[in-house]
Design a binder for this molecule. Structure first.
Ligand SMILES: Nc1ncnc2c1ncn2[C@@H]1O[C@H](COP(=O)(O)OP(=O)(O)OP(=O)(O)O)[C@@H](O)[C@H]1O
Ligand SMILES: [Mn+2]
Length: 519
């Protein structure tokens, strides 16, 4: 009996031990599965690596990337756990922070004189390249004591107008939108009314007034060459150019200008002053002198004195930094009946490719970059572009005059993409940027909305309507499809698609090495 009881209690103990062991095992398995998710979630670094690998894939398609990068699910926000806006996440992406070679003294647009020398010779402390002898010194290029406009001028290089994440940008925008206006005169040249405004610290800006409501579409019966210029297009173009990573448009911000105290009362331009009048509803209006739309019927009017306008930072005066103007090979005919050569000859690019300066260096792909910018914003008015003469042919193209962009959101204009269609050539870096902006977590319309919300006029109304923002996404898909078609065409001809890509990002290893966790 005792023997039986001992045996029973031993069995019970054994079963209890087995049960507790199983329970432990079960708990361990459960806790592992509970904590597994955060441990296995990709770090920002891994996400960046995934994105980059997918972006350089030659068989890239947008849908494939959604799966690749989002690990099968749609990732709507910026990289996990970053706490950043989509714009901040975009600008912190390695593609925007690639190591750049040091800028040599000859690669700056303006050289600065040592302070002593400058005082001896003249009151101006910056001089053009041709004015300077052997006494140049590395003096104060980024000094905090300089006004923002001078820091902007001194920061222009052979490769860009301003650096990525420019620490000067906020004060530059602040100056343009708030500093007292001490002078306003008409800017000569060009076809539509625009003014040059001066600030007490000698900075200058080019003003384009608001002529139509933001969501008003350009009349479909109007030819591109008689379209109005839009102040919000100048501002949005600056933001788009920066988002694309180009940095080839001078900073432009919005401002509510008092047409009486900030233009009429202070102008020394008598021709301009004479055109002021009061409208039947007591708004103050003016129309100036120019070849298009400078008449009472097309006057710009304050409400009653407040006028929305864009103010773009002026580039250094041509006497300090000469600019060269180039006619675009894909210039439109500016005629109601004539077609341009490129519209009649599908092989037109073969000729351009062998014609200087498009036969060497980056000029052709720089032009394609400009084409992509113009297609995205629907700008049909790119008849010319400019470069700084000092840098010869080895430099970026200035994307000035964007007032006729963002006129229509309901229609895309495929003819703007003709240079890309005909030449089938694109910088690797541009393609990577475009592909990045097609991902849901960096979506072009979202980063543009974010970027434009920093403009002072955002408090009046968003600079681009939602319809214009979504047109950007639609057009981006068209650009990427065009490139894919080019690659397919090339592949079917030669067995590969690499003639399409101008390889300007050669060192992927360096790029990937520089993938840093998002801050
Ligand atoms: N930010 C700037 N700084 C200095 N010069 C500028 C700036 N923006 C434009 N310009 C110069 O002023 C000229 C006229 O400006 P813009 O082209 O914007 O006016 P427009 O009336 O639209 O001209 P067009 O009718 O020829 O298209 C430009 O060709 C350019 O050389
Ligand atoms: Mn123009």
């Amino acid at each position: 009996m005792r023997w039986y009881t001992r045996r029973r209690s031993r069995t019970v103990c054994l079963s209890l031990a087995i049960a507790s062991l199983s329970l432990h095992l079960l708990l361990a398995i459960l806790s592992r599965s509970v904590y597994q998710n955060p441990c296995d979630a990709p770090s920002p670094r891994q996400t960046h690596l995934h994105t980059l690998r997918a972006l350089v894939d030659t068989n890239y398609t947008s849908r494939m990337l959604d799966n690749h990068v989002g690990h099968g699910r749609k990732e709507e926000g910026p990289p996990m756990g970053s706490g950043m806006s989509k714009l901040e996440a975009l600008f912190s992406h390695p593609l925007y922070n690639m190591p750049t070679p040091p800028i040599h003294e000859d690669d700056w647009l303006l050289k600065v004189k040592p302070k002593g020398k400058a005082r001896e010779t003249s009151t101006q402390m910056w001089v053009s390249d041709s004015d300077i002898g052997d006494d140049s010194a590395h003096w104060n290029r980024s000094s905090d004591s300089h006004p923002p406009w001078l820091r902007f001028h001194l920061g222009i290089s052979r490769w860009q107008l301003y650096p990525h994440l420019d620490p000067n940008m906020a004060s530059l925008a602040h100056q343009l939108s708030t500093h007292r206006i001490v002078s306003a005169v008409q800017k000569s040249g060009g076809t539509q009314l625009k003014l040059v405004m001066s600030f007490p610290n000698y900075g200058q800006a080019m003003l384009k007034p608001m002529k139509q409501e933001r969501d008003e579409e350009t009349n479909f019966n109007l030819y591109y060459f008689s379209d109005f210029e839009r102040h919000n297009a100048e501002i949005a173009a600056f933001h788009l150019d920066r988002v694309l990573g180009y940095r080839r448009i001078p900073p432009a911000v919005g401002r509510l200008v008092d047409v009486v105290t900030e233009i009429k009362d202070i102008t020394t331009d008598h021709k301009l002053a004479r055109t002021f009048f009061t409208s039947p509803v007591n708004n103050v209006c003016f129309y100036g002198q120019c070849s298009y739309y400078c008449s009472t019927e097309h006057a710009v009017c304050g409400r009653p004195q407040n006028l929305e306008a864009s103010l773009a930072m002026m580039l250094p005066d041509p006497s300090l930094a000469t600019r060269r103007t180039w006619r675009s090979p894909w210039k439109r005919s500016y005629s109601r009946s004539k077609l341009a050569v490129w519209e009649k000859d599908p092989d037109y690019c073969d000729t351009v490719k062998t014609t200087p300066p498009y036969n060497k260096g980056t000029r052709l792909v720089d032009l394609i970059d400009m084409t992509i910018l113009d297609f995205l914003m629907g700008n049909m008015d790119r008849h010319h572009y400019e470069t700084f003469e000092k840098f010869g042919n080895n430099t970026f193209l200035l994307h000035l005059d964007n007032g006729r962009a963002f006129g229509r959101h309901s229609k895309d204009e495929p003819s703007i993409l003709t240079p890309l269609e005909q030449c089938c050539r694109i910088r690797r870096s541009t393609l990577l940027h475009l592909r990045l902006l097609s991902l849901p977590q960096y979506r072009l319309s979202d980063v543009m909305r974010d970027s434009l919300s920093h403009d002072p006029l955002f408090s009046v109304a968003p600079l681009l309507s939602e319809l214009h923002l979504s047109a950007l996404d639609r057009r981006l898909v068209t650009v990427l499809q065009t490139v894919s078609r080019c690659q397919e065409r090339q592949r079917s001809r030669h067995g590969e698609g690499d003639d399409v890509i101008y390889e300007d990002v050669t060192d992927y290893k360096t790029l990937v090495k520089h993938v840093t966790p998002a801050r």
